[in-house]
Design a protein around this ligand. Structure first.
Ligand code: NAD
Length: 296
């Protein structure tokens, strides 16, 4: 199979590497010279533009920062939809708003090209290990075609519904995650201020009804969850700026359908505040710093 991979950053670079390890012929494009060099060193074939990569391919995978980049790569000046043959398949794994991928899928469909959204969970560690979870929005035929390709890069592929449903699942999950992390941070900080030992408090929460992923696996208090970013100064995790982006997508999507997201709007401001303080790259569990003395 010939695959064009566009967007070879932290996630895409590792995903493309796993396709190469599986013996696929992969043509890659990125705006970053460093990303292209790493891709080439792993055995990838460097293309000069998105179109040049797509011209060789039956399948295009994109892993780009945001919706504007995805639109540009598919429909812009060097857009891949212009050169792809009918019968090709496009998979966008970026985290973007549902409407953008639905609009692009309409354009693709008119050209006889299949398109699906397949955003991921699992972060850079999952991308490197090939253990990502893909949340796919597609009709059944497109899903059946995409699944074996996604299996080279992940261990779970969930069919969420029609095009856009993968993005809906992703932004709703991260809305819940952003809120639950802030809730655990608030509770842990209050407990500490009131004088309970943080380990004792976490021990109670994690065997009681407050237990969740943010309290157990990624507790924001340093030293509670041994492998969590909180235990390494909040480095190498899921960055505040990515959480802020995903909450923005959730709040925007909610606005489009006039659905209240009261807590989502509130925690969006907490992560906004973290970014304003220059903590963009710290793991989002560092939001606990908003509750600790140095911020008073
Ligand atoms: P990244 O910034 O490391 O990589 C994006 C790459 O896209 C960069 O190398 C950039 O040069 C390239 N790019 C931008 N515009 C381009 C264009 N027009 N043509 C070609 N290349 C272009 O970002 P990332 O961490 O790899 O994230 C990619 C996507 O995955 C984002 O939508 C993000 O929200 C999502 N995501 C990231 C994580 C994570 O932990 N990093 C987890 C889940 C989902």
């Amino acid at each position: 199979m010939k695959i064009a991979f566009i967007g070879l950053g932290n996630m895409g670079g590792a995903m493309a590497h796993n396709l190469l390890k599986a013996g696929q012929e992969v043509y890659g494009f990125d705006l970053s010279e460093k990303a292209l060099q790493a891709f080439q060193a792993a055995g990838g074939l460097v293309a000069e533009s998105p179109q040049a990569a797509a011209q060789h391919a039956d399948v295009v995978i994109t892993m780009l920062p945001a919706a504007k980049h995805v639109r540009e790569v598919y429909l812009g000046e060097n857009g891949v939809l212009e050169v792809l043959k009918a019968g090709s398949l496009c998979i966008d794994s970026s985290t973007i708003d549902p409407k953008t991928i639905q609009d692009l899928a309409h354009v693709a469909q008119d050209k006889g090209i299949q398109m699906c959204d397949a955003p991921v969970s699992g972060g850079t560690i999952g991308a490197q290990a090939g253990t990502l979870t893909f949340m796919v929005g597609a009709d059944q035929t497109t899903f059946d075609r995409a699944q074996p390709i996604l299996a080279y890069m992940g261990k779970n592929t969930v069919h969420c519904g029609q095009v856009g449903a993968g993005q809906i699942a992703k932004i709703c999950n991260n809305l819940i995650l952003g809120i639950s992390m802030a809730a655990v941070a608030e509770g842990m900080a209050l407990g500490a201020k009131l004088g309970i030992d943080a380990q004792a408090l976490a021990g109670v929460v994690n065997t009681s009804s407050g237990r969740c992923w943010s309290s157990e696996i990624c507790n924001p208090w340093p030293g509670i969850s041994p492998n969590a970013p909180a235990s390494r100064d909040y480095h190498d995790g899921f960055a505040n700026q990515l959480m802020l982006k995903d909450l923005g997508l959730a709040v925007e999507a909610a606005g489009q359908v006039q659905q209240p997201v009261l807590l989502g709007g509130l925690v969006q401001q907490l992560y906004q505040q973290m970014c304003l303080q220059g903590k963009n790259q710290l793991d989002f569990s560092s939001v606990i710093q908003q509750y600790l003395p140095q911020n008073n």
